[in-house]
Design a protein around this ligand. Structure first.
Ligand code: USQ
Length: 394
């Protein structure tokens, strides 16, 4: 299948290009390399060194024997998107090309507005380009479990049956996002659903949990094929940050009580699920929603798992509570469904400890990079708009 990847240089986009190509698909993609700039803007860098675009292209060619059409371009530029679609004629479009950080979107007015403009407009451009150039193409849109928030009831996959004043309907489940970034994804979900309804676009909205890990087997030993791994307060996510903290002997940073629950999944599971979505497209006009995660964990449960794995490889790790820079529930009910991907054949990784161990061993080789930027481990971007470093509270 011809698969276009929007955001092909990112943490997920680059491994997905390798994974899909290794599994027989033709891949092309676009990126403006903004993730590299944002991480530098917040004073950090990828814990694992990453190759330049040119080096990645060379490695891809040497490994697979085909050129990768990876163009530098802005997805908010409609002419660029439309022109690329006209050349490539995608059968599937995987949209990973957005600003993905909740804290980054909360920095100030500029970052909030930019996040929403960028994310909402580039998703609209992809929808329009599908409509005008490749109407049979299937949009696999990366959304987030965070769109649902943490309601005090079970979370279905996108829609639920509801009875109100004696009448019944199947309606979109309420979205109650927790940051301007997550809000942008809610807008995308609404826009994608609407486009699907009016133009007959096939669409899968992926409500993905927090991804962790450094490797997929298809990357092999070539470091030019490896992906980035961030640990700063904006682009580093919970388990990845904890592993980076563990390898330099920094306390693991639990925000608040640490009883917040989220869905998590290894990088390899994310790739496998995206492939399942691509290879099993919905019917024209169908808008379907998949909840995508391996399991739900509380943040402190994960910190203890990371501490246990660290101990196995001889690292002593402390767990500390920091005052929470975010406005979020720290103790809550959390029971999301995740049936649809299992029905398509998703086999969740059972042994997340070995994924965490692999990541720590990879990171140990580059601990100096993390140590040199350890100041980005303590958050100072707060949801109330103040800028203040979190302090240890327990
Ligand atoms: N947290 C800590 N300590 C840390 C980092 C995070 O306790 O050092 C807590 C946060 O307070 C939050 C939870 O861990 O309750 C998750 O935070 P995160 O930074 O790992 O993830 P989040 O901000 O939710 O965003 C990430 C990705 C985003 C994706 C989302 C999936 O950056 O792109 O959409 O995970 S989900 O969380 O399901 O919405």
């Amino acid at each position: 299948m011809r698969v276009f990847i929007a955001g092909i240089d990112g943490y997920l986009g680059w491994p997905l290009a390798i994974y899909l190509r290794a599994n027989g698909h033709e891949v092309a993609g676009a990126d403006l390399l903004l993730r590299r700039e944002w991480v530098a803007e917040v004073g950090s860098l990828s814990a694992l060194p990453i190759a330049t675009r040119e080096e990645r292209l060379r490695a891809f060619h040497e490994t697979f024997g085909t050129e990768l059409d990876f163009r530098l371009g802005d997805l908010t530029d409609y002419d660029f998107v439309k022109g690329f679609f006209a050349d490539f004629q995608p059968e599937a479009v995987v949209h990973l090309g957005q600003m993905p950080s909740a804290p980054y979107s909360m920095i100030d007015q500029t970052h909030c507005v930019w996040t929403q403009q960028n994310n909402v407009i580039n998703n609209l451009n992809l929808l329009w380009a599908i409509k005008e150039v490749a109407p049979a193409a299937h949009l696999v849109k990366l959304g987030t479990m965070g769109e649902y928030g943490t309601p005090n009831v079970d979370i279905p996959e996108g829609f639920f049956e509801v009875e109100f004043r004696g009448r019944k309907d199947r309606l979109p489940f309420p979205r109650q996002a927790g940051s301007w970034y997550h809000q942008s994804k809610v807008h995308d979900s609404h826009n994608t659903h609407f486009a699907s309804k009016i133009w007959g676009i096939r669409a899968t909205d992926i409500m993905q949990g927090v991804v962790f890990g450094t490797q997929i087997v298809e990357m092999g030993d070539d470091p030019r094929l490896h992906s980035r791994l961030d640990f700063d307060q904006c682009f580093g996510t919970a388990i990845n940050r904890f592993c980076c903290q563990a390898v330099i002997g920094h306390p693991l940073t639990l925000f608040g009580l640490g009883k917040q629950k989220r869905g998590f999944l290894p990088l390899a599971d994310s790739m496998a699920c995206l492939r399942l979505a691509v290879e099993n497209p919905p019917a024209p006009g169908e808008f379907r929603v998949f909840n995508q995660f391996e399991n739900a964990y509380s943040i402190s449960e994960l910190a203890y798992i990371v501490r246990g794995v660290a101990a196995d490889i001889g690292l002593e790790v402390e767990i500390r509570h920091y005052d929470n820079p975010r406005t979020e529930m720290e103790e809550h009910y959390y029971q999301p469904d995740r049936r649809r991907l299992l029905d398509l054949g998703y086999q969740p990784t059972r042994d997340i400890k070995s994924v965490i161990k692999r990541m720590m061993l990879d990171l140990l080789e580059h601990r100096d990079r993390i140590e040199a930027h350890a100041n980005v481990l303590i958050p100072d971007i707060r949801w109330d708009g103040r800028r203040k470093r979190s302090e240890i509270i327990g």
